[in-house]
Design a protein around this ligand. Structure first.
Ligand code: TXA
Ligand code: MG
Length: 334
């Protein structure tokens, strides 16, 4: 059920630029909600220090309140006011920020981020995005901005302003249109605990992080993953990123009434009769595939097909994040 509080707002859409940055800053300062581009996916921003604004954000997304948010900042100085960086976290920040990496760190003393945004944890997720529009807004605003992906909870993440509009129009104040995003999957999340953990594969490949760490990144222990993992990796809700149409993975053929999400060269048995074929990357390029993933899932979801057949995608580099999102899409929504 949509929450009545956020329905019926007039959502303004502005092309990225000085006027949009000024409007975004004003809206955030007034406790409003702003959809804006980052290099990974579009985010839905609210003033991280304003608990009421954060509450509105959860309502607008229809998001379970136990799922904590990422605080976005414009530079390292702002980051250090929020979280404590040990040597390892400092090194990762130095190498990969700005960029598609989120670090989960102990809160700094006097951390201004509202408890509601961190779901009462004593850690905080933080990132400096690389998108010039995001950075302009964050620098102009000055403070931390929490920003989940700008979609209704459980829907596919938005990679264009039109996606944001179709999910959240009437529920948020402003959308800044900065075109199509570059990376296409959400940031990689690393928990900087005693043993660093890969909490979510994402737009920065695991291998790049491991090269800097000089060792392998542990994953979330099996028993801690899933819905019960609220304190450790609460984002790993099983039914995330789900189109409404059933998704069938590792497809080597297309059944009647299905659409095909392809990867690499065709043919796949039955592809000629598929309702629609969209190829994530004909030349088998994982970065191109990541950038196309959510947009193509949205398009195929709109075809009224019986199902979406998805060809296998290799699991290295960005493929790890792509396969993670595809598995979640396949679990479906109950
Ligand atoms: O690329 C991205 O990260 C995008 C753009 C907009 O920046 N944002 C995004 O946010 O994907 P969201 O809210 O969809 O995902 C945030 C993830 C969730 O999985 C959440 O559980 C996890 O971060 N998270 C946040 N705070 C955490 C914490 N203190 N400990 C563990 N996980 C945390
Ligand atoms: Mg999301």
């Amino acid at each position: 059920m949509p929450d009545p509080v956020n329905v019926g707002l007039k959502t303004q859409i502005l092309p990225a630029g000085e006027a949009a940055t000024a409007a975004a800053t004003r809206t955030l300062a007034g406790g409003g909600l702003v959809g804006f581009p980052t290099e990974t996916v579009y985010g839905l921003g609210a003033d991280a220090t304003n608990a009421q604004a954060v509450a509105r954000l959860y309502q607008a997304k229809g998001r379970p309140a136990f799922n904590p948010l990422i605080a976005h900042v414009g530079d390292l100085e702002a980051a250090c006011k929020i979280a404590r960086f040990d040597a390892l976290a400092g090194r990762l920040a130095e190498v990969f920020w700005p960029g598609p990496l989120t670090l989960v760190l102990p809160k700094a003393e006097g951390c201004p981020v509202a408890d509601l945004a961190t779901a009462g944890l004593d850690t905080v997720a933080i990132r400096i995005p690389a998108h010039p529009v995001a950075r302009d807004i964050l620098r102009a605003f000055g403070g931390p901005v929490v920003a989940p992906s700008a979609n209704l909870s459980g829907h596919v993440s938005p990679t264009t302003a039109a996606h944001v509009q179709s999910d959240l129009s009437g529920r948020i104040d402003l959308i800044v249109d900065g075109g199509r995003v570059e990376v296409g999957v959400e940031s990689t999340i690393v928990g900087c605990f005693e043993t660093p953990l890969l909490l979510r594969p994402g737009g920065l490949p695991r291998e790049a992080i491991e090269r800097v760490l000089g060792r392998a990144l542990a994953g979330v222990p099996e028993e801690a993953a899933g819905e019960a993992a609220a304190p450790l990796a609460p984002g790993m809700l099983a039914s995330h990123y789900a189109p409404r149409t059933p998704v069938r993975l590792e497809a080597t053929s297309v059944a009647p009434g299905e659409t095909l999400l392809a990867f690499g060269p065709l043919p796949v048995a039955g592809h000629e009769t598929a309702i629609t074929v969209m190829n994530l990357s004909e030349r088998g390029d994982l970065a191109e595939a990541a950038a196309n993933l959510f947009g193509y899932l949205r398009s195929l979801d709109g075809k009224g097909a019986r199902g979406i057949a998805v060809m296998p995608v290799p699991d290295h580099g960005l493929g790890e994040a792509i396969n993670d999102r595809l598995r979640r899409a396949a679990i479906g929504r109950s």
